[in-house]
Design a protein around this ligand. Structure first.
Ligand code: CTP
Length: 397
């Protein structure tokens, strides 16, 4: 079980931290809460105790000594020490090595990852001393979850509002699960459907939702890689921890974006459903209907994967997807050769529990050396894990 120690300092956003505890608990994380004296002016320890299921630590010199919650044990136990909200005062203490209460003492002794979510009035936030302190902490590896803009408790409108609990917990979850297996590797992923415009209001697209490609990008980031996600149409949430996210529409735009990043990428995974054809001409005015039938002439787009295969470096790994409706394995195997791939993820998009829009997928991983592994139905996140397990095998072979 993962352990998060949540430090709550004295700001009005303290009440929102109750939701942080609740969300972390739902993820199966054990949470210990430390409240500063000022925090207890805003919310009572009982709120956090009820949500965390553990005694809230408020006092450095509690006479009812419990070894589990003594400052050194708490510091040792914390996979992550999250301080939310973090006041200017707390940030100042952390940046300057002051340990004068339970929270600042635990922070001083903590060897795990420290994450802070500052919240304060805009003028305080913009104060040079505060910004210098923040920068100092970043330099030392403290993760800063920047506050957002909005209406503040003091009625000012500006930056200083604590980031939403949901976002904070997303970041913590990402950090808790992260490994450094792919650290130093640059991974380029394409996802989603391309859109080929006919006129200003109409376009041709396909049934891809981007779920599979986004799951691949998320898994790459979880394994510590530097991830660039080039995405066509998709309503999926952008995964956490990407280095870059590039939104494109047409196959031509996707081609340019992908080729631009390809040279410097170690692994390229093309999960996007790219249109093979695009309208031969684009009407910049909306096409008016008439009584006649309409014929739209289509021309071929560039095959991005083929282009990547033809310029592939010996140390680069190229992974394609094959969305098939029949002869899945034969078609996929011939794509490996034709497009010079290392691995292809083949799926029958007509099978129940697989393909476009489904949360699950049923795929076969076929590698250039002829090996093939048929996977049972599993979530797209699990499929992404298996793809990277296979890539790891290929990198070590
Ligand atoms: N792909 C691509 N550029 C295109 C078309 C496809 O890069 N213009 C990539 C997709 O991202 C996917 C792989 O090619 O990784 C396979 O796509 P798919 O549509 O299944 O196959 P095609 O190669 O287009 O062949 P076919 O249409 O004959 O099945």
């Amino acid at each position: 079980m993962k352990n998060v120690v949540l430090g709550v300092t004295g700001g009005i956003a303290a009440y929102k931290s109750a939701e942080i505890v609740s969300r972390l608990k739902k993820l199966g994380v054990h949470v210990d809460v430390i409240m500063t004296a000022a925090a207890q002016q805003f919310v009572t320890p009982l709120t956090f105790q009820s949500l965390s299921g553990s005694k809230v630590v408020t006092d450095m010199f509690d006479t009812a000594f419990v070894p589990e919650i003594e400052h050194i044990s708490l510091a040792k136990k914390a996979d992550i020490l999250l301080v939310a909200p973090a006041t200017a005062n707390f940030v100042g203490k952390l940046a300057n090595g002051i340990a004068d209460d339970m929270l600042s003492t635990v922070a001083m002794a903590c060897r795990g990852q420290i994450v802070i979510a500052p919240a304060m009035n805009t003028a305080m936030y913009e104060n040079t001393v505060f910004q210098e302190n923040l920068e100092r902490l970043r330099q030392r590896g403290v993760r800063v979850i920047e506050p957002i803009s909005g209406l503040l408790a003091c009625n000012d409108v500006g930056r200083g509002k604590m980031q939403e609990p949901k976002e904070i917990v997303e970041e913590v979850r990402f950090l808790l699960n992260r490994t450094d297996e792919l650290k130093g590797k640059r991974i380029l992923v394409s996802a989603g459907a391309t859109m080929e415009s006919i006129d200003p209001v109409r376009f041709i697209t396909n049934r891809s939702t981007g779920k599979m490609g986004y799951a691949v990008a998320a898994e790459a980031a979880r394994r510590g890689a530097e991830v660039i996600l080039v995405s066509g149409r998709s309503h999926e949430e952008i995964p956490f921890g990407l280095s870059a996210f590039v939104r494109v529409e047409s196959a031509e735009e996707m081609y340019r974006a992908i080729i631009g990043y390809a040279e410097s990428s170690d692994i390229i995974i093309k999960a996007a459903a790219v249109a093979d054809y695009t309208p031969s001409s684009f009407s910049d005015r909306k096409l008016k209907k008439s009584d006649d039938d309409l014929k739209i002439e289509l021309k071929r787009t560039k095959d991005i994967l083929f282009e990547l295969g033809s310029r592939k470096r010996a140390d680069q790994i190229l992974v394609g997807f094959a969305a098939e409706t029949n002869n899945v394995l034969e078609n996929a195997a011939s794509k490996i050769k034709r497009k010079n791939l290392d691995l292809i993820v083949a799926n029958d998009v007509t099978a129940a529990g697989a393909g476009f829009g489904a949360k699950t997928n049923i795929v076969t991983l076929i590698s250039a050396n002829g090996g093939s592994e048929e996977l049972p139905m599993m979530s797209k996140a699990e499929v992404a894990e298996r793809i990277f397990d296979k890539i790891a095998e290929l990198m070590n072979s």
